[in-house]
Design a protein around this ligand. Structure first.
Ligand code: PLP
Ligand code: CA
Length: 291
């Protein structure tokens, strides 16, 4: 059962760590949500612990921090958890070394992996059209993993390289995140990293290890590092199938805000599959704690 966030005072007092999804919660595209900055300032004044979690693999944590700061929001590097950073930590955790990673992804993914001493291959030599050309693509023998994230310069040739690495080299197959599409201006959308991941999982008939929300790897990193109490930790998000499911899978509290993708109708039916503990119109409703 979900409930409208009526008793803000009791709720805010019951939580020590607020984990924020950003787009749809704090800003919409490049427009800050009204009073979102004041809300974060207020939570900091109450000495609350704050984290930011993003599935966006195209930015490094530094870039993400700069974006957050550009809205006037106080923010520190160790508060940011992105799917590319999570991928690098995961690879180190499983003892992946001495091999290279082929990435279908952008600068943020490459940089986060390189910063953790993981070597990457990002480009495939451009070839002329034709199956005869692509079938000769040679995968370097030391490619031990393929990581697929958002890549706005995706080519069929990169897909062939990834496919061959997984099928012929038995490389690990990792997805930074599986968001099917991303909202853009005027209520429109574009294919997300998940649609690229689907291409590779369809061709190889293999399922990837998934790093981003709703999988709990990033949450486990946050909880382990700061020894957090799950009972007193809350995920605030705008999307049921990533943010809220992430919180549910990780056994923490969940608050859906209605400024982004998911709508009230989706949680008000008795058979809705993903139900947050609480919902509210906007993140700035937390300021009602003051009253
Ligand atoms: N990845 C990319 C490339 C995006 O542009 C977005 C949102 O715009 C996301 C992922 C989703 O990120 P988040 O988890 O911060 O909502
Ligand atoms: Ca979001």
């Amino acid at each position: 059962m979900t409930q409208k966030l009526n008793n803000v005072k009791e709720f805010v007092n019951s939580i020590d760590t607020f984990i924020f999804d950003c787009d749809g919660v704090l800003w919409l595209g490049s427009t800050i949500v009204e009073k979102a900055v004041e809300t974060l300032q207020y939570l900091r004044a109450l000495k609350k612990d704050i984290k930011f979690v993003t599935n966006n693999s195209t930015k490094t944590r530094e870039q993400f921090m700069e974006k957050i700061k550009s809205y006037g929001i106080e923010c520190y590097l160790n508060e940011i958890y992105g799917s590319s950073f999570g991928t690098a930590i995961y690879l180190n955790k499983i003892g992946f070394n001495n091999k290279k990673v082929f990435i279908i992804g952008e600068y943020g993914l490459q940089k986060e992996l390189n910063d953790q001493n993981i070597q990457t291959v990002k480009e495939v030599t451009r070839l002329n059209d034709g199956i005869d050309n692509v079938q000769n693509i040679q995968v370097e023998s030391d490619i031990g993993a393929v990581v697929v994230g958002m890549d706005t310069c995706l080519t069929y040739q990169k897909a062939v390289y990834a496919h061959k690495a997984i099928v012929e080299n038995n490389a690990l197959f990792i997805a930074t995140n599986t968001d099917t599409s991303y909202p853009i201006k005027n209520g429109k959308s574009i294919p997300g990293a998940g649609s690229i991941v689907s291409m590779i999982s369809t061709s190889t008939a293999k399922q990837p290890i998934i790093i981003g929300k709703p999988e709990t790897l990033l949450l486990d990193l946050i909880i382990e590092k700061d020894k957090l109490n799950r009972e007193r930790t809350c995920m605030i998000g705008d999307r049921l199938d990533t943010d809220i499911l992430f919180g549910i899978n990780g056994n923490i509290k969940t608050l859906l805000v209605l400024t982004g993708i998911s709508k009230l109708e989706e949680i008000s039916q008795p058979n809705s599959p993903i139900i947050p503990n609480y919902y509210t119109d906007t993140v700035s409703d937390l300021l009602l704690h003051k009253e």
